[in-house]
Ligand binder design. Structure first.
Ligand code: FRU
Length: 490
């Protein structure tokens, strides 16, 4: 169905109760609803926003259009959690109610200040001629969870030299000052990031562009994020308009980082070793990080991408968020691991130790729709070996290692109904290692794979039929030893 402008800019309350109920029923009947991932009650979810720990709880918001699986009038939807794993739906947090955010409460971030949680976000506003003006707005939440908007935008102008693609402020505190990075497009249609400084979150001083050496790397950079881990400076951003190159940049838009010395605030420089992708799978974009009370740096991403149709669209909803990942630095790269709290979801355990040779083997108790699976392949001579997930008569999602190419490969061409086939159905990346370890989280319609202790991550939505639940181990042209542990997840 084509959605016109009028339909995209309707609010939840503009729909009659019967329409709302019909939508909710349709969503709930969908066999691809997730079981332990954050997903929208109806409609479309995109970027995680305002991720912060405040008043004893983790707060996480996301971009939300309630009335269907399309990008329409965006709100911030609020979820919260005590443990990063069990999330409670709180409800709509920030709605497009003012002249400054009339056409969408766009992405932004959260920071604690004076006992309240402050949010800086982009107000997307358009005039009658549909000309856009982005405003950087402020809101704050008190301990009771009540949210109020600051009466005026805190950055009302796009500085000279940039277009109306100017959004997604990420704020952090450094000493007694606040800094913000904003995703921007230069007038020559190249992407960049702008740095601001403030002492109180309301008065912002434009410091200038971050100098990281990319003069022409895509036409727009969305959702920047800056943080430090173990003395390294890390800048995340999502460049749009990068051509694919070998195994890299295969998705419609990219999400990655540069890692190097800490950001030199005075010079606005970050000396780094080059852009690296965060996730090698199909469905990952616009991640945001926060610092947990114990100092861990935690990242959550949108398990989806813009401008791509997904099989759940016909059921009136689209997308979910990824699992929270802990970030550390190893060998000049970010290492990403699922947060330890996820172990609390573990239920019944099955274990197997096998030697497989020129075969595809199904093992008793290894099956399911929702589980954590750890598989280690060692002592291999096989040309290819791996595991088939959500496998059945018609469907399977293949995760494998090619020992000649020395690559990890995920293939969803037979996963079931497909999304984004114009961008291919296989993703791969190099990995040289004597043992290959996959830590896999399977939910009803997703797979997240952490390879060799978080050296690489592959995220994929999959839409298999409900009966495809087998797990099969295989080795082709040779053998491999396999150690597998599976947990049901509750
Ligand atoms: C990224 C993004 C952001 C914007 C938001 C709007 O997916 O385009 O740049 O703020 O989504 O929903």
């Amino acid at each position: 169905m084509e959605w016109n402008r009028e339909q995209r800019y309707r609010r939840w309350e503009d729909a009659l109760e019967a329409e709302q109920m019909q939508l909710v029923t349709m969503v709930n009947q969908c066999s691809w609803r997730q079981s332990f991932h954050i997903q929208p009650v109806t409609g479309l979810l995109n970027d995680p926003n305002g991720f912060a720990y405040y008043n004893g709880e983790y707060h996480l918001f996301y971009q939300w259009f309630p009335l269907g699986p399309v990008h329409g009038l965006k709100n911030w939807y609020h979820t919260k959690s005590k443990d990063l794993i069990h999330w409670e739906n709180v409800g709509v947090a920030i709605e497009p109610t003012t002249e400054f955010d009339s056409h969408g409460v766009y992405s932004g971030s959260g920071v604690e200040h004076d006992g309240q949680l402050y949010f800086m976000y982009t107000g997307n506003s358009r005039n009658e001629s549909w000309i856009r003006t982005p405003y950087q707005c402020l809101a704050f939440m008190n301990e009771k969870g009540q949210i109020q908007k600051h009466e005026k935008p805190v950055i009302a102008n796009v500085p000279e030299g940039y277009t109306d693609h100017y959004r997604d402020p990420k704020v952090w505190k450094h000493g007694s000052e606040f800094f913000a990075v904003i995703g921007a497009q230069r007038s020559n249609e190249t992407g960049t990031i702008i740095l601001y400084r403030s002492s109180d979150l309301t008065q912002w001083n434009l410091e200038g562009e971050l100098e990281i050496g990319f003069k022409d790397f895509g036409y727009m950079w969305e959702c920047p994020d800056y943080f430090e881990v173990d003395g390294h400076g890390i800048l995340l951003f999502c460049p749009q308009g990068i051509n694919s190159e070998g195994d890299c940049y295969q998705n419609i838009y990219q999400s990655g980082y540069v890692l190097g010395d800490k950001l030199n605030i005075q010079e606005r420089t970050l000396v780094h070793t080059g852009f690296q992708e965060l996730d090698r799978g199909f469905d990952f974009y616009a991640p945001q990080t926060m610092e947990a009370p114990d100092g861990r740096r935690i990242l959550i991403g949108w398990m989806g991408l813009p401008e791509i149709e997904y099989p759940t669209d016909k059921n009136g909803w689209a997308h979910c968020l990824t699992l929270p990942r802990e970030l550390t630095v190893r060998n000049g790269k970010l290492r990403q691991l699922p947060v330890q709290e996820l172990e609390r979801l573990r239920g019944n355990k099955a274990e197997a130790h096998l030697l497989i040779e020129n075969e595809t083997r199904q093992v008793e108790k290894f099956a399911g729709e929702v589980y954590e699976l750890s598989v280690e392949f060692s002592n291999f001579t096989a040309e290819q070996f791996g595991v088939e997930l959500r496998a059945g008569d018609k469907n399977k999602t293949i995760l494998k290692y090619d020992t000649l190419a020395k690559k990890v490969i995920i293939d969803r061409s037979e996963s079931g109904e497909l999304a984004g086939i114009q961008y291919g159905t296989v993703r791969q990346c190099p990995m040289a290692s004597e043992t290959i370890h996959f830590r896999i989280f399977v939910d009803v319609s997703s797979v997240e794979v952490f390879v060799n202790d978080g050296e690489e991550v592959f995220t994929a939505r999959i839409f298999p039929d409900e009966n495809s639940q087998a797990i099969r181990f295989f080795a082709q042209n040779g053998k491999s030893e396999v150690k597998a542990v599976k947990y049901e997840l509750n």
